[in-house]
Design a protein around this ligand. Structure first.
Ligand code: GLN
Length: 487
């Protein structure tokens, strides 16, 4: 009776609930971030009074770091902790991060953010790895396992937007941050209580000789100490950084890391012809994913500020919290995910299932259209603000359609077509696209709102143009590069 979860291994329930609470805290807090940073320093719910450029840059750096840290987080789980322990330690660090943000001080703000970044690095990629390990030898069920897991992400973010935005915006920012901490606490308790249901999945790190493990542990400890020294020096104000130029350099850095990694794999990793061909395909998908997330993650930057400043949030006399509008994305995911899954399998029956680059093109194309809607809404707002909230709802609907064509499929494509020897690092590479996209979302979002409505149209038009170019390139590519299956 109690040994399966919707016909799946019972361990999936443990991962489902842990990820649900983690995403509740991540998206709930993230929805408050830019609003809190740009909020005026006076008033009943004082913010940090930062400029749009600075606040959005910090947001971009934050999202970029969260997803970048998945790479070392995966390395630590692979080699030292094992995945289950990495998830547990990560979840505890995230909880501490949110409680730190809940303290009613501005001085501890960055410390809280750093803790959430480090914890998410340990949790996010590794929990996705354990999902795959639940299905060892049962490939037939793995994809639907990941589909159920994707639901947990979106149910979690719905809870986050609903609860944290209400408390944070209506009562006080730190109440919203605290609610994220309470959510993550439920996740931790639940994980500890039901972890045994995972059995061997993700229990142990890779096999290796003790001597090698000790050496790797030493590397990790030295890196952690170095990192903490830098963090402490930064928090004490021994060095200061300008958020905007840091974000710009961070975007270059991440792009260079991704570029070097692809270059290395292509030329020096001893790959055969088929593996190289697939890597070429993954490179284009990677570029498509970066473009997609650079628009998608503006939900909590430029689009959130647009909602606050130029959209009527009034429903029968009640002013909705700004973050409630973001609720539409996960809600649409839950509604449309089964429809998209059915659509792909229906098309597959007729041999019409779009190829991977074509699906990514669809994703980026919807992103372009969504920003055309926003340019139109901006035009209306310039004539007569505030505008109705339907424009943002339509934008989020288009984001969701794009997401469903690109995001769940991207993850499985990266694990399927990655060179066999490098498969463990592929989650890292996939999330690196989210990292670059996140930083770009902060940079573009800051530029867009820098001069209020005036600056939106040029920035969004620039993005739309690039999204179309990338979408068309992916369509063209789909005719030339077909994934080579292993025989
Ligand atoms: N919405 C998905 C999640 O939170 C994908 C996010 C991403 O990769 N940028 O897991």
């Amino acid at each position: 009776m109690n040994n399966s979860f919707f016909g799946h291994p019972i361990g999936l329930r443990t991962l489902f609930l842990t990820e649900m609470w983690e995403r509740m805290s991540y998206y709930g807090m993230r929805a408050l971030l830019v609003l809190y940073m740009t909020g005026t320093v006076t008033g009943i719910n004082p913010g940090l009074g930062l400029s749009a450029i600075d606040a959005n840059s910090i947001y971009g750096i934050y999202v970029g770091l969260v997803y970048l840290m998945v790479v070392p987080g995966g390395w630590i789980a692979d080699n030292i902790l094992g995945y289950q322990k990495a998830v547990l330690v990560g979840a505890i660090i995230i909880t501490l991060g949110h409680y730190t943000l809940a303290l009613p001080f501005t001085q501890t703000f960055f410390l809280g953010l750093i803790l959430v970044v480090l914890g998410t690095g340990l949790l996010k990629g590794n929990i996705s790895t354990i999902v795959g390990q639940l299905y060892e030898g049962r490939d037939d069920k793995r994809d639907s396992g990941y589909t159920i897991f994707y639901m947990s992400i979106n149910i979690g973010s719905m809870l986050g937007f609903a609860i944290c935005s209400y408390l944070g915006e209506k009562i006080g920012w730190h109440w919203g941050f605290g609610a994220a901490g309470i959510g993550m606490t439920f996740g931790v308790i639940q994980f500890i209580k039901t972890r045994h249901l995972l059995g061997q999945a993700g229990l142990n790190p890779n096999d290796m000789e003790d001597e090698r493990r000790n050496r790797l542990t030493k590397y990790m400890n030295v890196s952690l100490v170095a990192m903490f020294l830098v963090i402490i020096a930064g928090l004490l104000g021994i060095f200061t950084v300008d958020p905007r130029s840091f974000a710009e350099n961070f975007a270059y850095f991440l792009t260079a890391v991704a570029g070097i990694y692809f270059f290395y794999l292509f030329f020096f990793a001893g790959l055969n012809y088929k593996e190289r061909k697939n890597l070429f395909l993954l490179l284009f998908l990677f570029i498509g994913a970066v473009a997609f997330w650079s628009g998608f993650d503006q939900s909590a930057s430029s689009l959130s500020m647009f909602a606050r400043d130029y959209t009527s949030l009034d429903v029968n006399g009640f002013t909705m919290p700004v973050g409630w509008l973001q609720f539409f994305n996960p809600m649409f995911v839950v509604i449309f995910a089964p429809i998209f899954a059915g659509l792909w399998s229906n098309l597959a029956l007729r041999n019409l299932n779009p190829s991977l680059p074509l699906k990514f093109a669809i994703g980026v194309f919807f992103m372009a259209i969504s920003f055309i809607v926003m340019v139109y809404a901006t035009g209306l707002a310039m004539e007569n603000a505030p505008v109705g909230m339907q424009w943002l709802v339509i934008t989020y609907l288009l984001h969701t359609w794009g997401e469903l064509a690109l995001s769940p499929i991207g993850l499985s494509a990266f694990s399927r077509y990655a060179p066999k020897k490098y498969i463990g690092q592929m989650f890292g590479l996939w999330f690196l696209a989210s990292a670059i996209g996140g930083v770009l979302a902060g940079l573009l979002g800051g530029d867009a709102l820098n001069e209020g409505l005036e600056s939106i149209e040029p920035v969004f038009s620039f993005m739309i143009q690039y999204y179309f170019i990338i979408a068309v390139a992916l369509v063209v590519l789909s005719f030339f590069v077909k994934p080579a299956e292993e025989d």
